[in-house]
Design a protein around this ligand. Structure first.
Ligand code: RFL
Ligand code: PHB
Length: 387
């Protein structure tokens, strides 16, 4: 099998890359180890930055996001039993869209298939070879047969556990890693959200986050120890803990049946550079951030927009500059997001000793009283256009 761009992974990054290339007349094949139903059902991110929402619209993928998603003009920070609203448009002139990653993936799969795109579900890539030549190849297994996809370029969009990153020569890459000593217990509940905007709460018992998926479905998270067994958390215990950590006077948490529970590790990770020869990494394959800053999905989509532009410059004008600049350009945004995600994580989670807790509270008080401090949060959360 032969194509121009071989893409490993049908998560948001692989699918958007394939779609953007198609819009510019560049053929690709997507290899995805899981089946379509599984890919479309995974519960993950929910916040789409201002610029990423525009990118999706420009790519013809904004229609359902604009009809069914909602625009959020701020978030609420809660600490010491009080609340501080960060007003995005007032502080930085931008907003965010609440639109689940699962929905973005559903739209992308439907659109690629309607456009005659090739997504091979159940096709697990096992090796990427000859990346230093101009004919790289991806070996993959589908059913009982082993096959080879020959390409001009390979894009590894296969997430943190994929094979793309491991196919870079070890001597050519550096990695930066930090695993936080706590995780999130994420739950999905059939109940109307108890707030109009996302609530990020810092509490002595640990962090809590209230997000949403629709007017009838809430998405909530609790900071828990790394070795937590989600089954040890009964529905009642989850709700009691959320209510206690998010409590402010006059506010009540609505409860309803919890339909899904999972444990989410909090990790920061970066690979440098994000390319070698004709193999390019994008999204979680190259970097992951703790979800407190809501950046994982956004970074992934920024990466592939950049990579698609580089490939277009090559195929339409034989220009190599944009592809050569891909890694450096992407990494500037990645490190900005790493810093913001790390900062939000250490600001809001219980960790360290009493001294650290006092520092957190001092910083939260500063955020609540300083426009400049709040503006920094708003700029980073809604997405920096110039990075
Ligand atoms: P994805 O979404 O992980 O997609 C990678 C795809 O590659 C496939 N794959 C392979 N296919 C073929 N051959 C192989 N050898 C393969 N190995 C893997 C996988 O099956 C998969 O379909 O990466 P992508 O596209 O880069 O997108 C990144 C985002 O998914 C990610 O950054 C965010 O979802 C991160 N994240 C969250 N971000 C937030 O901002 N807020 C969240 O609440 C949030 N929750 C999460 C998350 C990531 C999670 N993972 C990856 C553990 C919750 C979870 C559970
Ligand atoms: C989500 O809706 O899943 C979500 C929102 C904001 C975050 C993390 C996750 O920071």
């Amino acid at each position: 099998m032969r194509t121009r761009v071989g893409i490993i992974g049908a998560g948001p990054s692989g699918l958007l890359l394939s779609h953007l290339l198609h819009l510019w007349g560049i053929e690709s094949v997507v290899l995805e180890s899981r089946e379509r139903d599984h890919v479309q059902a995974r519960q993950r991110a929910g916040v789409v930055e201002h610029g990423v929402a525009r990118l999706l619209r420009e790519a013809g993928l904004g229609e359902r996001m604009d009809r069914e998603g909602t625009t959020h003009h701020g978030i609420e920070l809660r600490f010491s039993g009080r609340s501080h609203r960060v007003d995005f448009p007032g502080l930085c002139g931008r907003d965010v869209r609440i639109w689940a990653q699962t929905e973005i993936v559903k739209d992308l799969v439907a659109r690629r298939l309607a456009d005659g795109g090739q997504i091979l579900f159940g096709a697990r890539a096992t090796a990427v070879e000859d990346i230093e030549s101009d004919r790289p190849r991806v070996r993959f297994v589908r059913g009982q047969s082993e096959q080879v996809l020959e390409c001009d370029y390979v894009a590894a969009c296969d997430g943190f556990h994929g094979i793309g990153r491991r196919s870079l020569p070890p001597e050519a890459v550096s990695t930066f890693d930090r695993l936080h000593p706590f995780s999130w217990l994420g739950v999905l509940a059939d109940v109307a959200p108890s707030c109009e905007e996302l609530v990020y709460a810092r509490h002595e018992r640990g962090f809590a986050l209230h997000s949403m998926r629709s007017s009838r479905v809430s998405r909530l998270y609790l900071q828990v120890p790394n070795d937590t067994d989600p089954d040890a958390w009964t529905q009642e215990r989850v709700w009691d803990e959320l209510a206690e950590r998010m409590a402010v006077p006059g506010w009540e948490l609505r409860r309803g049946p919890i339909t899904a529970k999972s444990l989410i590790p909090m990790r920061s990770f970066v690979t440098e550079p994000m390319s070698h020869g004709r193999l390019y990494l994008a999204g979680d394959a190259a970097h992951i951030v703790p979800p407190t800053g809501a950046k994982g999905l956004n970074l992934a989509l920024h990466d592939v927009a950049l990579l698609a532009r580089g490939l277009r410059a090559w195929y339409t004008r034989r220009e190599t500059g944009p592809l050569e600049a891909y890694s450096d350009t992407a990494l500037r945004r990645v490190w900005r997001a790493q810093h913001f995600s790390h900062w939000m994580t250490t600001l809001l989670h219980t960790h360290g000793d009493a001294f650290d807790h006092r520092l957190q509270l001092a910083h939260l008080e500063f955020l609540a009283s300083s426009r400049a401090a709040s503006a920094q949060l708003a700029e980073n959360y809604t997405g920096l256009p110039h990075v």
